[in-house]
Write a protein that binds this ligand. Structure first.
Ligand code: NDP
Length: 599
């Protein structure tokens, strides 16, 4: 592939991007979707593990954590390492894994390098088998963490928390679940993930289809045949299959489905940008040489540093993310010092993006044989408008004889009938519809998690956040003693390697709990002043890289609607992710825990 790009016609590209975005803007924005669980509860059933009968739990644990994905596993592991045994993780799935429990679709794989993405590699001694590990290995790693740190002992699976209330008199949280449990915990954590409620397009007629249908996060191998480990899906050999959606999930499952389906129709509203993956096995000798004490934190920080103020000398991860960061830096460095204005810098930044996207569009041309299909697979927006994708088989899958791209020119599927899918006024009859339609993002926390924590004085979290999200460090809330949120917003807000946010919050939780237990303290929460001061500080940088309304619609920018007034604090540390990690490390290690009040 050529690396020297032809001159960029910035104005023409801007106009094209705007034209493509405008085609896709819809008034119903996020309302165009429906929830898998509430609308089609039969499709939301766990296809992977049966629900085991068990008696309700009515005991007391020291720490209860909602969510058995990376957040809960990291927090649980750190608490166990700190010597606290009584840790309970509650999850709606049948095992640990969170997103990796549910997403077993064929080809599922991490899209950030395993060395930094898979948490606690050093603690578990696990060597990832590939630069970008596949889902079964990641799920197994979750289980490994669970076993190694004794987290299975108190865990409750196939269980959804329905209520969580602070009992002032006893200084405990009372937790209720859909399995009749009612137990107490001194501390609670919530790591429910940003993308855990599966959504379907709210298409007319969706309930009419008489064939097989499922969402990618509930892949039905009993129908398709095959396994998540890659055994061929022989059940599709005589089937006409539709995949609706072409986001990061579809990019991974289309090539696998294309291998065995008699016919595969991929319904596309907006193409993804699909760059080179270049996955490779990890060499044990190389890993042995690299994995010296403290290596994973150093690797994570090296990666994260690419997206902050400075630039590390070495690029340890060396992937599409750091490539983009380096290009931006290189372009900015070309601007003569006498011309250093914010506008010039922004132009240099944009040019790096235009160049990258032109390269990705040329890649489609080079790899896809049919020129019309290649043209329709080109993404016309800036790379970070949607989750950047990387794959070495996706574009090529459209060269297979049975695979067809149904390009809807931004309009999407119109409706579903008894027999199939209608797009562009044409009905396509199929045996099976697979919805690669993503997950809810912009709904309120309580609505998405299914419970609304009630803190001091009976105040609900939804009331505390009625105008906007309010936290200290994205981790604790005033009026909610001993409660921790494990997520990225209002902290590092680092999306390129999400687990870095989670493992760091786990460190903070373990440090604070250790301090409180050593000092014999009952409760801790941020003061109202500290919480406000943190929010004011976040606003000084206004570091919200997403939610850009110039972008094509998608979940990053609230389907093109951008930030609502209540989202004004959806920000990260003004100095960047690494600045946050430095700040919080100092905060937790100082032993002062500035901004918290204890009782
Ligand atoms: P997305 O929300 O990214 O994609 C949903 C897709 O459905 C889009 O292509 C959307 O089109 C399409 N769609 C919705 N309605 C219609 C319609 N009526 N007709 C046609 N198409 C329609 O969900 P994904 O599950 O792909 O990804 C969600 C996120 O999960 C990713 O962004 C990423 O963060 C994460 N992920 C990470 C992976 C990893 O490797 N670590 C792998 C997979 C996912 P449109 O774009 O026009 O809205």
């Amino acid at each position: 592939m050529a690396t020297t790009a032809p001159a960029i016609d910035r104005d023409a590209l801007k106009a094209k991007y705007a034209e493509e975005r405008d085609k896709r803007l819809r008034e119903d924005a996020s309302e165009q979707y429906i929830r898998l669980e509430s609308e089609f509860s039969d499709l939301a059933v766990d296809p992977y593990m049966p629900v085991k009968e068990r008696a309700p739990v009515t005991d007391h644990v020291m720490f209860a954590f909602v969510g058995g994905g990376f957040s809960g596993l990291c927090a649980g592991a750190r608490l166990k390492q700190a010597g606290f045994d009584s840790v309970r993780i509650i999850d709606k799935g049948g095992d640990f894994g969170g997103t990796w429990y549910w997403n077993r679709y064929p080809g599922a794989q991490c899209d950030t390098a395993s060395m930094i993405y898979m948490p606690l590699l050093e603690e578990t001694g696990h060597m990832p088998s590939e630069k970008y590990a596949h889902a079964p290995e990641i799920r197994e790693h979750c289980s490994r963490i669970g076993h190694q740190f004794g987290l299975y002992e108190h865990a409750l699976f196939h269980t959804q928390v329905t209520a969580m209330e602070w009992d002032e008199a006893r200084s405990v949280w009372v937790i209720e679940t859909n399995r009749g449990d009612c137990f107490t915990a001194k501390y609670v954590g919530m790591g429910t993930g940003p993308l855990h409620v599966a959504k379907l397009p709210g298409l007319p007629g969706i309930e009419l289809f008489t064939g097989k249908s499922f969402h990618t996060s509930r892949w039905d191998y009993s129908y398709t045949g095959g396994t998540p480990e890659g055994a061929p899906m022989t059940g599709l050999a005589d089937k006409r299959v539709a995949i609706i959606g072409t986001g990061a999930t579809a990019v991974q499952c289309v090539p696998e489905t294309a291998k065995t389906a008699k016919e595969l129709l991929v319904f596309q509203r907006t193409p993804s940008s699909v760059d080179v993956r270049a996955n490779e096995p990890i060499d044990p000798d190389w890993f042995g040489a690299v994995s010296k004490a403290g290596w994973q934190k150093a690797w994570q920080e090296n990666f994260t540093a690419h997206f902050g103020m400075g630039m590390p000398e070495k690029d340890l991860v060396n992937d599409g993310w750091t490539d983009l960061a380096k290009r931006i830096r290189a372009n900015m460095a070309k601007v003569p010092m006498s011309e250093w204005t914010p506008a010039k810098m922004m132009e240099a930044f944009e040019d790096a993006d235009y160049e990258k996207m032109e390269e990705i569009r040329r890649r489609a041309e080079a790899l896809v044989e049919d020129p019309d299909t290649a043209e329709n697979l080109k993404a016309w927006y800036r790379q970070l408008c949607k989750r950047p994708c990387f794959h070495d088989e996706y574009l090529q899958a459209f060269n297979r004889p049975g695979v067809k791209l149904i390009h809807t020119d931004g309009q999407g599927v119109e409706r579903i009938t008894e027999k199939g899918v209608v797009a562009g006024g044409v009905e396509y009859e199929v045996d099976c519809i697979i919805y690669a339609s993503g997950f809810e993002v912009w709904t309120d926390f309580a609505d998405r998690t299914g419970f609304d924590p009630v803190g001091r004085g009976g105040r609900k979290l939804s009331d505390h956040w009625a105008s906007e999200m309010r936290t200290l460090h994205g981790l604790q809330m005033h009026g909610f003693p001993n409660a921790f949120l494990v997520q990225a917003t209002q902290g590092a807000a680092f999306i390129a390697n999400y687990p870095h946010n989670l493992v760091d919050h786990a460190d903070t939780i373990a440090a604070l709990v250790s301090y409180m237990e050593d000092e014999g303290l009952d409760a801790a929460e941020p003061t109202a002043e500290a919480e406000q001061k943190w929010l004011d500080f976040l606003l000084t940088g206004n570091r919200n890289t997403l939610a850009n309304t110039e972008c094509t619609p998608g979940y990053y920018n609230n389907e093109g609607m951008g930030l609502r007034e209540r989202d004004k604090y959806n920000l990260g540390h003004p100095g960047g992710a690494l600045a946050f990690f430095r700040h919080i490390e100092q905060w937790r290690n100082s032993g002062e825990f500035e901004g918290l009040e204890f009782s």
